[in-house]
Design a protein around this ligand. Structure first.
Ligand code: SAM
Ligand code: SF4
Ligand code: F3S
Length: 447
């Protein structure tokens, strides 16, 4: 029934949604539907949504509402464009979405992506809305085929869900409790990826460090790293890592596993112990700094990145200055800065706060300034160095420049040599000598 149809997927949010996108695309393609890049050419417009901050909510609503009067694609076998909402807003709002957005046909939750084909078929048959959102235990849908964005890179979820309940965060409510995938399955998936030519595996979980607690009674993330490293894949990365669960064994792997890339995203959220406690993060700034020291002792050149929230309810100027100091002390390669966004249903949403928006915006701007200076300083260390770069495509601004990633996850640009085409380089790891170091990228010469 889906034969001769077309679909377009718009993805918001984190790597979990990117991975789910690949599975949904693979599933629909296996049923004869063809992927297109533009909603104007699609019979099925699928949105994988995010509700971690209000802005993500607003963008989705704006985009879906604006499609309401768009013409159906010429030649559509259905005479109708089916709009499908999945991901975290689908999970959170379920049936309610049909009331808010009248042009939506199908809603599915974060645990229900395998249901999309039959929901679509039922909606086509009946001419009515369809919804499937279950609560409870998440599952790994490794039985679904996947159409990966890049043949040389694979996301490999090792846990889904989250048990941490940071007081500001909606994720545990929309992704469910944490469950781990058995280590043998992860090892087999890694081996299979290597056989398919994958060069980089990114292990995924809201907190990879607590991997295995549900299965083995204790975290066993270091064993996962060993198993994936044994697959022989060139590059291993992982996202993301909660400081309260980062063990010495995992830190040790940065010293001993050559294919574990020297980059660690260790979300700190705030540099004030008072705010960290109100956020229910369950570590102190002192503990975090100890971890930074240990990680640097294991791998001195490691790139540390982090997430920070500005304007958590009750944050004072003093708390903010502590955060700013922490950023200066650690010397991050990259910091993702967010203004606190109230999420209904989370404990922090109940905390009264009358801080004016201008004050928060001013703190945010001052923090971004420090972050940029830090990123610039970090990149200067690589001037003159030769770094292996996994080529991913061309630069957005200049198609004559190839772009890729260094082991430390820096973006690297280099001019395509005469007589060489992008196809010769894409997905390969090539040496680049760094001639220029900017805040957000390095520029060099292909050797
Ligand atoms: N599990 C990951 C971790 O703990 O590192 C983070 C996942 S969350 C999708 C990504 C980031 O969004 C968080 O680290 C946090 O900085 C930010 N975030 C989450 N809830 C937020 C909120 N209510 N307002 C602003 N930022 C938020
Ligand atoms: Fe959200 Fe905290 Fe879980 Fe990360 S660890 S997903 S910030 S609740
Ligand atoms: Fe957003 Fe859901 Fe990820 S809320 S950040 S897409 S887990």
């Amino acid at each position: 029934m889906l034969n001769d149809s077309t679909f377009c997927i718009t993805t918001f949010g984190c790597q979990m949604n990117k991975h789910d996108t690949e599975r949904i695309a693979g599933t629909l393609e296996s049923l004869g539907s063809v992927r297109v890049d533009d909603n104007a050419d699609a019979d099925f417009s699928i949105f994988l949504t995010c509700c971690v901050r209000e802005k993500a909510d607003e963008r989705l609503r704006g985009q879906v509402a604006s499609m309401k009067n768009d013409p159906v694609r010429p030649g559509s076998p259905y005479g109708h464009r089916y709009v499908c909402i999945g991901g975290c807003i689908g999970q959170r709002d379920g049936e309610k979405i049909f009331k808010d957005l009248s042009n939506v046909d199908v809603v599915f939750g974060t645990h229900n992506m395998q249901a999309l084909p039959h929901l679509l078929e039922e909606a086509i048959d009946s001419g009515e809305h369809r919804v499937e959102v279950v609560d409870g235990r998440a599952e790994f849908h490794d039985e679904l085929p996947e159409d990966r964005e890049h043949p040389w890179a694979a996301w490999l979820p090792i846990t889904v869900g989250c048990n941490n309940f940071c007081s500001y965060c909606i994720v545990p409510y929309v992704r469910g409790r944490e469950i781990s995938r058995p280590i043998e399955e992860i090892a087999d998936a890694a081996k299979a990826y290597v056989q398919q030519g994958v060069r980089e595996i990114s292990l995924l979980g809201q907190n990879v460090n607590s991997y295995g607690r549900d299965l083995y009674g204790e975290p066993r993330f270091a064993a996962v790293l060993d198993a994936v490293a044994a697959s022989g894949v060139d590059r291993i990365r992982f996202f993301t890592s909660h400081p309260k669960d980062l063990t010495d064994e995992v830190i040790d792997r940065f010293a001993t596993l050559p294919n574990l890339m020297p980059a660690l995203h260790l979300a700190v959220q705030s540099g004030s112990n008072r705010v960290l406690s109100a956020m229910n993060r369950r570590y102190t700034v002192e503990h975090y700094l100890e971890l930074v020291d240990k990680v640097r002792a294991a791998r001195p050149d490691i790139a540390l990145s982090t997430d920070l929230i500005v304007g958590f309810p009750g944050e004072t100027e003093e708390d903010f200055l502590a955060t700013k100091r922490l950023v200066e002390t650690v010397g991050y390669s990259q910091v993702f800065t967010f203004i606190y966004s109230k999420r209904a249903g989370t404990p922090a949403a109940a905390i009264e706060d009358d801080a004016p928006h201008e004050v928060i915006q001013d703190r945010f701007d001052r923090l971004v300034d420090v972050v940029q200076k830090g990123a610039w300083a970090f990149n200067q260390h690589d001037l003159g160095a030769t770094v292996p770069v996994l080529i991913e495509g061309t630069s957005k601004r200049d198609a004559a420049m190839v772009a890729g990633k260094s082991p430390k996850n820096q973006t690297v640009h280099a001019r395509l040599p005469q007589g060489c085409s992008l196809d010769d380089l894409i997905g390969r790891i090539v040496d680049v000598r760094i001639d220029e170091a900017r805040t957000w990228y390095l520029k060099g010469t292909l050797l």
